[in-house]
Design a protein around this ligand. Structure first.
Ligand code: FPP
Length: 228
């Protein structure tokens, strides 16, 4: 089999290293998260132009509740501000906003804002921005298995059809920043055949050029899906 030279349709990112970015500069962690949101904003704008159909971002995990309360509320505040400031631009750019994870457990005002944003962009047919909130892959798989069992047989196909990502293209490429080489309970099912790209760049320093670099590496890799 020759090189696939395929173009990625769905990229997911574990945005890691905001805290270390801030620490290196003797700044509070929340400043790292603020700069992280700026990196998100630039990337989302660029992703459409790169032809991606879906970009999935790990913003808050089921494990992040263990962080100090002030950091959690700062992250929620940043998320709210991000939606309030950028929603109209997404709507105009034909971007559909989607949430994966059990987001209804978030504070009520965040849930309300999220549901408004989902409804506002539901009819958009361009790219999808999927934000993982209160997301854990093991929790997602357990929920999907329960839903599949309630309908009948449990098979890989019936579970996959109940995953939070069921309406997105297959995951092609998973990126993690800041030098950690692990999945941290993110998209475990979807990563079965995804390519992985790890970089030492800390999330606030991640630019669209880094995404282009990862996409170029992806296009160059040969995917066999277990075959030869
Ligand atoms: C990892 O850095 C980052 C997070 C836990 C949160 C990611 C959230 C954002 C970038 C902002 C909110 C997102 C959106 C979509 C508006 P870390 O704190 O674990 O960094 P460290 O490992 O260096 O401490």
């Amino acid at each position: 089999m020759g090189k696939a030279m395929s173009r990625a349709r769905h990229v997911a990112i574990i945005m890691d290293g905001n805290g270390r970015w801030a620490k290196k500069r003797h700044l509070p962690r929340v400043v790292g998260h603020q700069r992280g949101v700026e990196a998100v904003r630039k990337l989302v704008r660029a992703a459409g132009a790169m032809g991606l159909e879906a970009l999935t971002l790990y913003a808050f995990s089921t494990e992040n509740w263990r962080r100090p309360e002030d950091e959690i509320s700062a992250l929620m505040g940043l998320l709210k501000r991000f939606i309030l400031s950028d929603l109209e631009e997404f709507a105009a750019d034909n971007v559909r906003l989607k949430i994966i994870g059990d987001y209804k457990a978030l504070p009520a005002d965040v849930v309300e804002l999220i549901e408004g944003a989902i409804a506002r962009t539901a009819a958009n047919t361009g790219s999808t921005l999927a934000v993982a909130l209160n997301y854990g892959a093991q929790d997602e798989i357990a929920r999907a298995a329960r839903a599949a069992a309630a309908k009948g047989e449990i098979t890989p196909e019936t579970i996959a059809a109940e995953l939070d990502t069921a309406d997105l293209p297959p995951l092609d490429l998973l990126i993690r920043t800041s030098g950690e080489i692990r999945l941290s309970n993110f998209l475990l099912w979807q990563a079965a055949y995804a390519e992985m790209w790890f970089t030492d760049v800390l999330w606030p320093d991640f630019t669209p050029a880094h995404l282009e670099e990862a996409l170029a590496a992806f296009a160059d890799r040969e995917r066999r899906y277990g075959g030869r």
